[in-house]
Design a protein around this ligand. Structure first.
Ligand code: SF4
Length: 420
């Protein structure tokens, strides 16, 4: 099979792995002299680093053959999809080639399971090893790891990769047992625990490394052992089983706490051809995935408890409001908040105020009383924030009641303006 055909199949198969924001973009290119730019180079996606940089990655599977039969997966053994498999030297050459052409800054590599978890993991590790050791590749490498693979192979993966991920797949062990009976929730948690301990040990070693001095050379510190310095992440599929948002957020909070994950990715279930009857026939609304990311952010950066985010009795996040606004609407007694006196943790609960804005407000109010114009200067979304705050020259009055009053659902006509 031609390399470009393999790339088309295996890059498309990789799009279900979350960690990337653009691999589902519609293909466009400027052939024929129309327009500029292209989304056509197969497998190139964008991911965001913790400092906000956007990096381009070659995101592919080593193979989409798989001996497992996870019901939600298009690559399961019983699925009737075109199959392909890269040789190790092909994926290494592709990565280097894209890198030299400045198309990518790194590689995101995953795989279906062929022969056995150990055999597959060996292949993934060998790609990373060759890139690092044979070609001195300095770019980013993210390897998806296989929980049942031997600890030695997971250790080798961490030596070469910047980040490792292990998918928990579904929010509950029961969901996993039903939809992916060959996977073992305990084995996944066990492997996450091992990765966590190795990542922490490598960080400790980096802090404690001893100085090395050679005759005639200034003393310097020995390079610490390297192990996945970008940490580990995981992915949960949303909407394939009946788990509600409260369960999903609780599971994510447990994973962050127990394994210090860098990210939990939420991936809305995509209906697949010839799907099992136990799967829903339609995808969940994409906005549900978006709301889960917002809730995740609130827990990690805004001081919200995971058990207070879902305010509805049905265990689901409201789709019509972001979770912070939904929380404010459900806790009207906590508002309005006086921006000139409230502590940081309360400011972080005000709809429309982000973490950086709160830091700037805290700084600004050391020298003067905050006014309406300060929020405007900081580009705070005023319509969202003003009903919930008191300023030197502003009190919400009836605006708070109006903002928090339940609105009757309104069916708009085609040419009606949407309410603000
Ligand atoms: S092991 Fe991975 S690739 Fe194979 S069927 Fe399950 S989810 Fe799909």
């Amino acid at each position: 099979m031609e390399l470009s055909k393999k790339l088309a199949i295996l890059a498309d198969a990789a799009k279900y792995d979350a960690s990337c924001t653009s691999s589902g973009a519609a293909p466009r290119d400027s052939r024929g002299g129309r327009g500029i730019g292209s989304t056509a180079p197969m497998g190139i996606c964008h991911s965001y680093t913790p400092d906000g940089r956007c990096v381009s990655l070659l995101k592919v599977l080593l193979t989409n053959y798989c001996v497992y039969d996870c019901l939600y997966c298009v690559n399961r053994v019983t699925s009737n999809v075109p199959r392909a498999r890269f040789r190790i030297d092909e994926i290494v050459a592709l990565t280097l080639d894209f890198y030299r052409r400045n198309c990518i800054e790194g590689l995101f590599l995953s795989s279906g399971i062929v022969r056995s978890p150990d055999y597959t993991m060996e292949q993934l590790v060998e790609v990373a090893r060759r890139l690092r050791e044979d070609h001195d590749f300095r770019g980013y490498i993210h390897l998806k790891t296989i929980p049942d693979a031997s600890p030695e192979l997971l250790a080798a993966a961490g030596r070469h990769a910047d980040r490792l991920s292990l998918n928990v797949e579904l929010p509950t062990p029961q969901g996993l047992a039903t939809l992916a009976p060959q996977k073992d929730a305990l084995a996944i948690r066990g492997a996450m625990g091992r990765l966590h301990r190795r990542i922490e040990a490598a960080k400790d070693a980096a802090r404690e490394r001893a100085p090395v001095s050679l005759p005639g050379a200034p003393a310097r510190r020995a390079a610490p052992p390297r192990f996945a310095p970008g940490g580990q992440s995981t992915q949960m599929i949303v909407g394939a089983d009946a788990s509600d948002d409260r369960t999903i957020i609780t599971t994510a909070a447990t994973l962050y706490r127990d394994y210090r994950l860098r990210r939990v990715y939420y991936s809305a279930f995509s209906p697949i051809p010839d799907a099992a009857r136990s799967l829903p026939p339609v995808a969940p609304p994409l906005v549900r995935e978006h709301r889960l990311y917002q809730a995740d952010w609130l827990v990690r950066f805004y001081g919200f408890g995971h058990d207070e985010i879902v305010t509805g009795g049905d265990g689901m996040l409201a789709l019509e409001h972001d979770p912070k606004l939904a929380w404010a609407l459900a806790h009207r007694e906590r508002f309005p908040v006086d921006l000139n006196t409230a502590p940081r943790e309360l400011l972080l609960r005000v709809p429309g105020l982000g973490v950086r804005t709160v830091e700037r407000l805290l700084l600004a109010r050391q020298g003067r009383r905050l006014r309406h114009a300060d929020l405007k200067a900081l580009r705070v979304p005023l319509a969202k924030a003003l009903p919930f705050v008191v300023l030197a020259d502003h009190r919400p009055g009836k605006a708070l009641e109006a903002a928090t009053a339940p609105r009757a659902a309104q069916q708009l006509g085609l040419f009606d303006a949407a309410p603000a």
